[in-house]
Design a protein around this ligand. Structure first.
Ligand code: ADP
Ligand code: MG
Length: 245
């Protein structure tokens, strides 16, 4: 079942001197429980698309259809934790803003399930990059969103941590039964995590291809990287992307 239908999004940015087309003709549907990755070179318009999809920005034209009872949650670049707040207070931030502390028990449960309960009264600087990312995810999950929007969530982490954290975050998203849309410039990350990969062109961003990722044995992101079909998709997507060197 499609829970989000996006049709012909266009975004024109107006600057002081001129205007330019950032995104054109962007359409796709998201199914319940599906994990979609959007990949493309830096500056092509990925964040623009994600901000429009999650309602932080408006398109110049096009439509986005979804049941208005659905809740959205987003995790932007980096972890955006506030150092002056404890881990617990960081996790409650979204609920405080919504004046909805009913979900406090859910936050407690998430912190316990994902190994952060004993750190709840410490501050973010005491945690590793991976743990901070998990806190950030719990903060996003606290409002019980149906769809998660992730903008290059692991880009601040070093390579090894990035692999471990993407595995971790993926398992949590699946276990909590969420649908997700993630933008990234990392082809491997996209293939290893997503059911469907949307490949973007350079600016203005248009869709080059949408691939259904059919691995021999789809398990977790780290294991998926070793799959027989992984290199096949990597090659296809690599050839699609116009990297300027
Ligand atoms: P990506 O996330 O793929 O790196 P962005 O969506 O951030 O790309 O940006 C796409 C293009 O739009 C870039 O050229 C960027 O400079 C420009 N851009 C982004 N936000 C704005 C804005 N608010 N006003 C004008 N131009 C913008
Ligand atoms: Mg971006």
């Amino acid at each position: 079942m499609d829970i989000l239908k996006v049709k012909n999004l266009k975004k024109i940015y107006h600057t002081e001197k001129n205007e330019f087309l950032a995104v054109d003709n962007f359409s796709f549907n998201l199914k319940k429980g599906e994990f979609v990755a959007i990949v493309g070179p830096s500056g092509c318009g990925k964040s623009t698309i994600l901000s429009i999809l999650c309602g932080l920005d408006n398109p110049s034209s096009g439509e986005i259809k979804y049941d208005k009872t659905l809740k959205f949650g987003y995790m932007l670049q980096g972890d955006n934790l506030f150092e002056w707040r404890t881990i617990y207070k960081n996790c409650l931030l979204g609920l405080e803003i919504q004046n909805n502390l009913e979900n406090k028990n859910y936050v407690n449960k998430l912190l316990k399930t994902y190994g952060l309960w004993e750190f709840k009264d410490t501050h973010p600087s005491h945690l590793s990059g991976g743990m901070r990312q998990r806190v950030s995810l719990i903060r996003t999950l606290a409002t019980k969103p149906d769809i998660l929007f992730l903008d290059e969530p692991f880009s601040a982490l070093d390579y090894q941590t990035r692999l471990a954290v993407s595995d971790d975050v993926y398992k949590i998203i699946k276990k909590e039964g969420k649908s997700a849309i993630m933008v990234t410039h990392d082809i491997s990350e996209a293939i290893s995590m997503a059911d469907k990969v949307i490949v973007l062109s350079n600016r203005p961003s248009t869709i080059k291809h949408i691939y259904d990722i059919n691995l021999e044995n789809k398990t977790t992101p780290i294991e998926n990287r070793k799959d027989k079909n992984f290199a096949y998709y990597y090659d296809l997507i690599w050839k699609d992307i116009d990297y300027h060197v």
